[in-house]
Structure formats: C-alpha cells, structure tokens
Design a protein around this ligand. Structure first.
Ligand SMILES: Nc1nc2c(ncn2[C@@H]2O[C@H](COP(=O)(O)OP(=O)(O)OP(=O)(O)O)[C@@H](O)[C@H]2O)c(=O)[nH]1
Ligand SMILES: [Mg+2]
Length: 633
C-alpha cells in the first residue's frame, strides 16, 4: 500500500507562480485542493490528515496554469509538531527544493472564526499576497451564523471569498480572482506587532464589528457527545463498534469470497483441461495453473474482506468519531506512557503501517512519536488479513455462538487483532519503564470536529481507491513474486527415479529446507519457511506462495482442493497457531522499514525495530507451538 503513502517528490520549478493553501487543521484545505487541481488526496474529518506538502496544478479562469501546494494544518506559525513545521518552513521559504509561495490562500473554517482568524493575522504579518477562503460556509449558515465576506474582507484588508469545498461552491470566483494583477502585488507592511495576545484582541474586535461575537448555541454534535463520550457508555459503544466490524468482515464477505473462489477454481480447471495434451502441456501449463491462477486467485479472494474493513475505517474517518475514540482511549494509553494523540496514527496502521508512521508527524512530543512509530507495525495491517483469513478458514470451524450473534471465525479474527494491540501496549509500557520522559503526564489537547454524515460519494471513491491499490499489488509485486517462486520451485527438475514431488529437488526446495532449520522449533515445515521469504516484500504473498508450493507438492486428486483444505489436512493445529502468532508480531515488509528510516532520519530505529520484532515473533511462535502442542497433545 506504499504507493499512496510515499513522500511526494517535489521538483524545483523555477517558473510559474506558486500558491499555498494555509489554515488550521480540518478546515477543508485538502477538499479545496482536490477540487481545484483534480487530485484525490486524503480528506477526513479530523485534525492532522495531511502531514506533508502535496503539489497540484490549477487553472485560472483565463487559463493560466499555477502551481498549488496543499499543506498540513497549523494553529500558529510557531510549529509544535513535525507536520506543522512543514507548513511553517514553506511559508518562511526554507523548505528544501521549494521557493517561497507567491500567494497564500488562507482557508478559514467559518464555524470557528475566533480561532481561525488568529492564523490569518499571523500569516498577514509575513507580508505575502493573500486571499481568504471562508470555507464551510454551508455549516456556518446552518448554524445561523451570518457572515458577510465583504465586511470581513474590509476588516482584514484582503479579498475574502465564500466557499463550500465539498460542493465546489465559490471556486469559480476564486479562479476569477487569481487573474487579477493587483492581487499578486506585495501588500503594504502590516503594522501590528508580532504578539499573539494582541492578535486575539484584534480578532475579538473584528468579530464584534461583524456582529459575530455571541456564544454559539449547543450543537447536535454536543448532544451526541454526551452519550458517545460518556465515561461508561462511551467505551462500551466503542468496543461494540470494533467488535461489530470484525463480525462484518466475516459475515458480509462470505458470499463474494465464494464467487471469487469458484471463479478462479473454474478458470484453473478450464485452463488446465484446455492445455492438457497440447504442446503446452508440461511446464507452461503448470506455470499458468499452479503458478498464476492458484497463486493470484488465492490472494484475490480476500478483496471483499479488505473492502469491508476499509468501508468501516472510511466511515469512522469521515464521521468525526476518530478523535472521540482517541479521547476515550487517552486514559488507557496514558497507562502505557502514551497519549490519545497516538491513537489515530495507530488506527491508520490497520490499513498499512506506512501511512500510520507518516501520521505520527502530528504528535508534538518526540518521545511519544518515536514510541508510536516503534509499535505501529504491531497493528494488524490489511496485508495480513489474507494470511489470518486463510488460516482461520482452514482451522477454525464455522460456528455460531450466543444464538447466532457471534461467529466463531470473526471472534478469532478479533482476538488476533487484539493480540497485536496488547503486544504493542506491552512494548510501550516497557519503554515507559525504561525511559525517563515516558513517565510524565501530558494532557491531551485535541480538536473534536462536528460530526458529519459521511458522503456516499467520498466513501465509494475511497473504496475504489483501496480496490485499485490492492489489485495493483496483486497484479504487480504479488504476481511477480509468485511467478519467481514458481520458477524456483520448478527447476531444476526432479532426477530420474525420484520418490518425492519435484519441488523437493528444486532450488526452492533447497532454500526451504535450509530455512526450516531455523524455523523448525516453531513447528514450521519447509513449505512454510519458504513462503515466509517473499512475504517480507508483501505479506499477502505468503498466501499465494503457499498456494503455489502446495499445488506443486500435492499429488493427484489432492491438487484440486482449495488451499485451506490442503493445509488443514497437512498441518497440525499447533503449527497453525504458531504461524498465526508469528504473523501477529513478525517484522513488517521492507517498505515499512524504509519509511521508518525516512521519518527518523537514520538506520538506528529501523534496525532496532527489525531486531525486536523478530525476537518477539520468534518467542511468541515458539511458546504458542510448545504450549498448544502440550495442551492438545
Ligand atoms: N460541510 C462541509 N464540509 C467540508 C467543507 N470542506 C471540507 N469539509 C469536510 O471537512 C473535513 C476536513 O476536510 P479536509 O479537506 O481533510 O481538511 P484539511 O484542512 O485538509 O485538514 P488537515 O489536513 O487535517 O489539516 C472533511 O470531512 C471534509 O469532507 C465544506 O465546505 N463544507
Ligand atoms: Mg488536509
């Protein structure tokens, strides 16, 4: 999933005026950016979604092309966290490979002018040409706030436009405005002294002048929060919600998974039958049937589960519930030396650890940020879902508990995710014990946005992007590695009079048996040991690799079985449990380690991460294997 999460490479374009979107977190900068440039950067209803600068192109009404930067939100020009620093450096003209913007589009959340206007005043003092987008104008109107853009513009001395980024309202006016020459002229220096307290006084005066200085009435969001943030009801609902999520991943996916499974089985049979007895019978047939169709089909089958997981994540992100969950978990996280701040990066890691690691840029405290980075791989990323689902499908019976309310397989999946979380908390707790600053108590300062109904379009778009990422992985890295593995598993061919299946004599067979010496204490046979290797590049490959290896190891009618049936017949339960335990803790794919290196600026932390995760996984799998063998034996 790294494609979407890599640091954007920003080239130096000496020509072309540069615009920058600046504003408080969650005021709608990225929504505006997407509309203006046709991009699809991530938009979500919490502070700290954008953590790096992104570039796009924007056309003015007269057809002039401008460069537009989307920046992380910031409360002031005194950065407190790495993401805020990105914005401040761009504004100061200190960002590497980027010139100082020629014009700033200051985005305001119209429902919270008291706080948002302070940043406008601070940016004004930088002496850059500026326009103000009075965004979320729809929400302000719904709350009965009558804001006159012209009056605000007069008070600030800059043009102010009313916008609704999500609907695209006001964007044509902005495009028109950008063609006006005088807009780009440097403003006269602003005389107010650089003092935050005086800024607040000026903001109050402006609000008074516009008749906006009354208290806001209680909002529906506040009423909802009285239930959702209730000290007892709140955590209960959160647990229920997460539990329901894993149930849904199982029960809703059942039918579509069946279709994909049947489809790829049918395709394999057809292809196999069509090539039988032809010139292509032999290795080309095996490549197609055992390598391609068995391998890739085995992974593709998990698309429905991944989409259901993301459907829930998208709903949570867009509704505004996430920061509430962070608030509810703040106490719990405090117990292990972290704060609720770490919650959103950790939750993002359920999709993929890379965006999770990027999201830690919104954590101001360097120690907390580092600990959060270190434990993020323990959150179960979506690439691990296929591995869990395969093993659960093979070894956990489909059974309904509590009168049909709970599905056993969903429960086991919930427990596996839980094991990762518990492991992460244990590691954080240890780090708290052994570092000084971990024991300080830091209050949680986090903005709670108003709840929104997630827009159907945004959710559908998000799911479509996820499906694309997954399919691109299946068709790219997974397919390549699967074919490579097939190649290594097929050559050299078995000698005459061989007693074992041919794969045993192949290069892969040799590698697998070598690795099995290391993994034998965990109960892994050589097929599993072999499959773990390509799994370092992309976890799902473990599934396709097992598919290929077993398709090539099986003889006769066995080969026709689906993978889960094959491994259920060949592995003992302790081996399956041990492999699951391995997967809960084992180090992430290489791209995660690369992201950690980039974000921490060195090899020390990624090396530490690799070592501790390996040790943890080995110990956990070893204990699981021994204990379950003893219990079941
Ligand atoms: N009703 C309404 N919602 C909006 C508008 N603009 C943005 N939103 C919503 O506000 C939330 C925040 O939007 P983003 O574009 O992610 O905000 P941002 O300023 O980029 O946030 P950060 O990257 O965290 O600084 C999302 O849920 C958007 O759908 C608007 O004009 N009206
Ligand atoms: Mg943003």
């Amino acid at each position: 999933m790294s494609g979407a999460c890599k640091e954007s490479v920003i080239h130096i374009h000496p020509a072309g005026p540069l615009l920058a979107l600046v504003g408080n977190p969650n005021c709608g900068k990225t929504a505006l950016f997407n509309r203006l440039t046709g991009s699809r950067q991530k938009v979500a209803n919490y502070a700290g979604v954008t953590v790096e600068r992104k570039e796009g192109r924007l056309k003015t009404a007269a057809g002039k092309v401008l460069r537009l930067l989307d920046l992380p939100g910031t409360y002031s020009l005194y950065p407190r966290s790495p993401d805020e620093r990105v914005t401040c450096e761009v504004l100061a003209g200190r960002a590497r490979g980027e010139k100082r913007p020629d014009l700033v589009v200051c985005v305001l959340d119209a429902t919270n002018l008291r706080r948002n206007l302070r940043l406008v005043l601070a940016v004004q003092r930088l002496g850059l040409p500026m326009v103000v987008a009075l965004n979320m104008a729809d929400l302000a109107a719904r709350r009965g706030l009558q804001i006159d853009p012209e009056a605000l513009g007069r008070a600030l001395g800059v043009p102010v436009l009313r916008t609704v980024a999500t609907q695209g309202e006001g964007l044509d006016a902005l495009r028109d405005l950008l063609d006006r020459r005088e807009l780009w002229d440097l403003p006269a220096p602003v005389e107010t002294p650089a003092d935050g307290a005086q800024d607040q006084a000026r903001v109050n005066a402006i609000l008074q002048q516009l008749g906006l200085d009354r208290d806001t009435p209680e909002l529906p969001s506040d009423r909802l929060d009285r239930v959702l943030l209730h000290p007892i009801v709140g955590p209960l609902l959160l647990t229920l919600l997460l539990f329901g999520l894993f149930q849904a991943v199982y029960s809703w996916a059942e039918a579509p998974m069946g279709w994909i499974e049947a489809g790829s089985a049918w395709l394999g049979e057809q292809a196999g039958a069509a090539l039988q007895g032809t010139a292509l019978d032999g290795w080309p047939r095996s490549l197609l049937v055992d390598g391609l169709i068995a391998g890739v089909g085995g992974v593709l089958v998990f698309l429905p589960q991944i989409l259901i997981l993301f459907f829930f994540i998208l709903l949570l992100e867009e509704s505004g519930y996430l920061p509430r969950a962070a608030y509810l978990l703040d106490r719990l996280m405090g117990g292990v030396g972290l704060s609720g701040r770490s919650f959103i990066p950790l939750l993002s890691s359920f999709a993929c650890a890379i965006p999770g690691i990027m999201a830690t840029r919104s954590i101001a405290n360097p120690r907390d940020r580092l600990v959060t980075i270190l434990i993020s791989p323990l959150m179960t990323c979506s690439a691990r879902l296929p591995v869990y689902a395969l093993l659960i499908g093979a070894f956990v019976p489909q059974r309904e508990l509590l009168g049909g309310w709970v599905e056993l397989q969903g429960l086991v999946l919930f427990a596996l995710y839980g094991a990762g979380i518990l492991g992460a908390m244990a590691v954080a707790w240890l780090l708290k014990r052994f570092t000084q600053s971990g024991r300080q108590v830091r209050p949680l300062m986090m903005e709670l946005p108003a709840y929104h109904w997630p827009s159907l379009r945004a959710v559908a778009l998000g799911l479509w992007q996820r499906a694309q990422i997954f399919l691109r992985r299946v068709g790219g890295v997974i397919l390549t590695l699967t074919l490579l593995l097939w190649l290594l598993s097929s050559f050299p061919a078995a000698p005459a009079g061989a007693t074992q299946p041919p794969i045993y004599y192949s290069v892969a067979g040799w590698i697998g048996r070598g690795l099995a010496l290391i993994f034998e204490p965990l109960g892994f046979n050589w097929q599993i040991s072999l499959a773990l290797v390509p799994g370092m590049a992309a976890r799902e490959v473990v599934v396709s690799a097992l598919g290929t290896v077993y398709a090539l190891s099986a003889a006769g009618e066995e080969a026709a079985q689906v993978l889960s049936g094959l491994i259920a017949a060949q592995w003992g339960l302790p081996t399956a449990f041990s492999l699951l335990a391995w997967f809960v803790f084992a180090p992430q794919c290489l791209s995660t380690l690369a992201a950690v290196r980039r974000e921490t600026g060195g090899y020390k932390i990624p090396a530490l991460m690799l070592a501790y995760l390996f040790a943890l996984a080995y110990a956990a799998a070893f204990l699981t294997y021994r204990i379950s063998g003893w219990l079941l034996g």
